[in-house]
Design a protein around this ligand. Structure first.
Ligand code: UD1
Ligand code: UDP
Length: 373
């Protein structure tokens, strides 16, 4: 059987890495690895860490390009590769422009699509934007849906997707986290002393498109906490998006207890998460990782597609209001024991194994054709 795994951004790289490695280990499957390179440095860091060398690199990233241009490049680039390689099944992940454009290219070639991390929904079309749209569109054209949780499966069933094509397998991000935790730690020389200086640490990340206009308010909240709470520092690996970089430097660049750093490699980032007293973020993946390591997260978004993390007590959804963020961070910092003991709702770290096993059992060359029609 010949498969193709397609990814293009940092989170897709992290979450697809365990599947790529699992497919590589399997003797019955030939897997072609395609990087659309929607992200460059931020994804290259990930591939280096997992020792993954793509067969193809579409070099799609260009500073300041529109999503329409990016989408076109990926559809054309992937179509050509599909024409040449003719895989039996294409794996895409999540909800990015790469995810949608690659799935659509495969759909046009009538090649079955397996959607990894399927069924996440906020049920608000523009939040997050464009991700909620992308994931709904991919669900319509995918043949196989690998859902992380039962709630994700139910969301797909409610949209009239055939239940026999949905498989609940957990989230591969937990596999990636376990893989990284087993590696020898090589710590960043600037970050390491910050983790041992006895200050309380807030780890901050932001990047969502629909949040860019609200970032000032999020950063005001951070500045307020650092000014009025004693002994608090912020580590903020700033996303490469030039808009995020500009606002971050302008609003937070001059406080000595706020450390603006380049995006951290995944291993260092996991170390910082494990040492943080509170994580403040609009990221999707971090909402899944933090519960797995027992950390509390202030989610600076209006909606989340990961309600499991709220139910488990790890996620606190504040929106972008300064007052609510300040209140939530203060509440978490004031708790003497930050680690919650509730179980992580996103899986056991065996998702990639399950996906490969199910692929072979149910979607081998003959069966997948039958399934697609
Ligand atoms: C993208 C995804 C989003 C995902 C996020 C993860 C879309 C529409 N958005 O958002 O779903 O949560 O990635 O981070 O697919 N840049 C660099 N170097 C890099 C990466 C980005 O310079 O390694 C800069 C470029 O100027 C690029 C810009 O960041 O144009 C934005 O990148 P883009 O992939 O369009 O959107 P993200 O906001 O990163
Ligand atoms: N991450 C990382 N280095 C950083 C910031 C984040 O390795 O400096 C990891 C993080 O652990 C998570 C993923 O990147 O696995 C999240 O990516 P991002 O927030 O860019 O995208 P999202 O998850 O929101 O789609």
């Amino acid at each position: 059987m010949k498969t193709m795994t397609i990814f293009g951004t940092r989170p897709e790289g992290i979450k697809m890495a365990p599947l790529v490695l699992e497919l590589e280990r399997d003797e019955e499957i030939e897997n072609i690895i395609v990087n659309t390179a929607q992200h460059r440095e931020m994804l290259d860091q990930v591939l280096q860490l997992f020792e993954i060398v793509p067969n193809y690199d579409l070099q799609s990233m260009e500073v300041g390009q529109t999503l329409e241009v990016l989408t076109n490049k990926i559809i054309y680039g992937i179509s050509e590769l599909l024409e040449n390689e003719r895989p039996n099944l294409v794996y895409v992940h999540g909800d990015t422009t790469t995810t949608f454009a690659a799935a659509y290219a495969a759909f046009l070639k009538k090649i079955p699509v397996a959607h990894v991390e399927a069924g996440l929904r906020t049920n608000t079309l523009h939040s997050p934007f464009p991700e909620e749209g992308n994931r709904r569109l991919v669900s319509r054209i995918a043949t196989v849906h690998f859902a992380p949780t039962i709630a994700n499966r139910d969301a797909l069933v409610n949209e009239n997707i055939n239940a026999t094509s949905i498989h609940v397998v957990g989230n591969t991000v937990i596999d990636a986290l376990h893989y990284i935790q087993k590696q020898n730690v090589v710590m960043d020389r600037f970050i390491q002393p910050l983790l041992h200086n006895r200050m309380k640490t807030i780890l901050l990340t932001t990047h969502r498109r629909e949040n860019l206009n609200e970032l000032e308010s999020v950063f005001d909240a951070i500045e307020h906490i650092v000014t009025y709470e004693e002994n608090v520092q912020v580590i903020f690996p700033v996303h490469k998006n030039p808009h995020v970089q500009a606002i971050a430097k302008r609003k937070l660049g001059s406080d000595i207890n706020i450390h603006l750093v380049d995006p951290l490699d995944y291993q260092t980032f996991v170390q910082v998460m494990m040492n943080a007293d509170v994580i403040v973020t609009d990221s999707g993946g971090i909402q899944e990782e933090a519960p797995a390591i027992g950390k509390s997260v202030v989610v600076v978004r209006e909606t989340t597609e990961r309600p499991e993390g709220i139910l488990s007590g790890h996620l606190h959804l504040t929106g972008t209001s300064k007052e609510r963020i300040v209140e939530s961070i203060r509440h978490i910092l004031s708790q003497t024991e930050h680690r919650t003991t509730l179980p992580n709702p996103f899986g056991n770290g065996d998702s990639a194994k399950k996906i490969v096993e199910i692929t072979k059992r149910k979607y081998s060359v003959a069966k997948v054709k039958e399934f697609a029609h």
